[in-house]
Ligand binder design. Structure first.
Ligand code: 13P
Length: 255
């Protein structure tokens, strides 16, 4: 695995333009001298261009919350991978469970999005996977994770320094205030790594993939996640809206 941990703040649809700009400025100040890890902020699509201008000279990186798989044409309301690159993005979240739930995004779409993003060679996909509460309670978690990975990534060539982030987000832990047990996260990450090794080989996995956790991380529970094996970072929601707490989370996980 790559040495540097990556911490991604998904701001979802929580902030208007002025709130977004104010938070981006706070983040920029907080992380001015930060070198221990990579920090990515994912504001709403409408604000990407504005946020890019603010963080241009700092340490933060920009990510988007969604992308479409075609590069141009009659696709009302959609945004291409090249357009995100043009706006200054280096990352994009793909297949978040909220999109799977509310917009019926499925793994065929997710697969096409991953392909389109990798084709730009300038954008890294953050591919979200994770089981629902029903799947967890019926002991299907491991199967679901492997299946989701295969559907998202089978047949995809990874070359050079292309980066792929796999975000393990148990659907039932998102936004609830209660994170998964750290040992359970460690186990799930191991399953993910084994499945990736099977698909791409260990060398590619250690060079090109990072596996991160998301779901109700806060400045208190993060300590228990810091030393887990195969834990290459975090994807956070709520705590990413508070600059001070988010900074504590990042410091703790990159210690
Ligand atoms: P919370 O950290 O608010 O649980 O959200 C996690 C998430 O969905 C990040 O994408």
């Amino acid at each position: 695995m790559l040495a540097k941990k990556i911490i991604i703040a998904n701001w979802k649809m929580n902030l208007n333009l002025s709130e977004t700009l104010a938070l981006a400025k706070k983040f920029k100040e907080k992380f001015a001298g930060f070198k221990e890890g990579e920090v990515v902020i994912c504001p709403s699509t409408l604000t990407l261009d504005h946020v890019a201008k603010i963080i241009k000279t700092g340490k933060l990186k920009l990510g988007a919350q969604n992308v479409f798989w075609e590069d141009k044409g009659a696709y009302t309301g959609e945004i291409s991978a090249d357009m995100l690159v043009e706006a200054g993005c280096e990352y994009v979240i793909i297949g978040h469970s909220e999109r799977r739930r509310y917009l019926f995004e499925n793994y065929e779409m997710i697969h096409k999005k991953v392909r389109a993003v990798l084709e730009t060679e300038k954008l890294a996909p953050i591919v979200c996977i994770g089981e629902t509460i029903e799947e967890k309670e019926s002991d299907k978690r491991d199967f679901v994770l492997v299946e989701q990975l295969q559907q998202a990534l089978s047949g995809i060539d990874v070359f050079g320094n292309q980066q792929i982030i796999i975000a393990y987000e148990p659907v039932w832990a998102i936004g609830t205030g209660t994170a998964i047990e750290p040992s359970e996260a460690e186990y799930a990450h191991k399953i993910i790594k084994l499945a990736l090794n099977d698909m791409f080989g260990m060398q590619v996995v250690s060079k090109n993939f990072r596996i991160i956790y998301g779901g109700s991380i806060n400045s208190k529970n993060v300590k228990k996640f810091a030393d887990l094996e195969d834990m290459n970072g975090l994807l956070v929601g709520g705590v990413g809206l508070k600059a001070d707490d988010f900074f504590k989370v990042v410091k703790e996980i990159t210690k």
